[in-house]
Design a protein around this ligand. Sequence first.
Ligand SMILES: [Zn+2]
Length: 216
Amino acid sequence: MSASFHPIDDVLLAYAAGSLDQAMALLVASHLTLCPRCRDEVARAEAVGGVLLDDLPPTDTALGLLDAVLARLDEPAPAVPVSLPPPAPGSILPQPLRQSLGGDLDRVRWKRLGQGLEQALVLQSGRSRARLYRIAPGLRIPEHGHDGTELTLVLQGGFSDLNGHYLAGDIACADDGVVHRPTADRDGYCLCLAVTDAPLRLTGLVGRLVSPFLNL
Ligand SMILES: [Zn+2]
């Protein structure tokens, strides 16, 4: 499997530096198990960051470190493996997600949000929330906007929004001001892991109707 939509470099760098919150780190770690390209990026950033941390005097600032990491990312990548196992045979959940759930999909306690739409909270850290969504074939999610960032990793099936068509392994990113209405593919259930760092704003009529049930 090869993903077409990836987290932006800043997010991968922050992951490599260990500075993402738990919910966002879970999403990135799950993507890494499905995406060799991003695994390589993170391995490079970790290797460069490790070398720099060894080299730098303790007075250097984190900002200086980031600049230095960015500068060195253009250099040839050292061969350092990122030790993340692939999804287990027979499971569609990446290992980091199974670890957070303490098991597989059968551990998930779904909460019905409406016809064909279910949600389960996986973890919360600060203002961030990681949730699983199970979406019926062809369902349109209520139109919603964002006060912060929402990253959505497709685990099974697929969905489309204004920016593209996302399949297993892909990450869709919606930032401040983006109002969208993702639609699940018609050929099967869509399973996603979505992480938000601020509450969603539901905008359309259906959104206003569904809002009380979303428990955001
Ligand atoms: Zn990727």
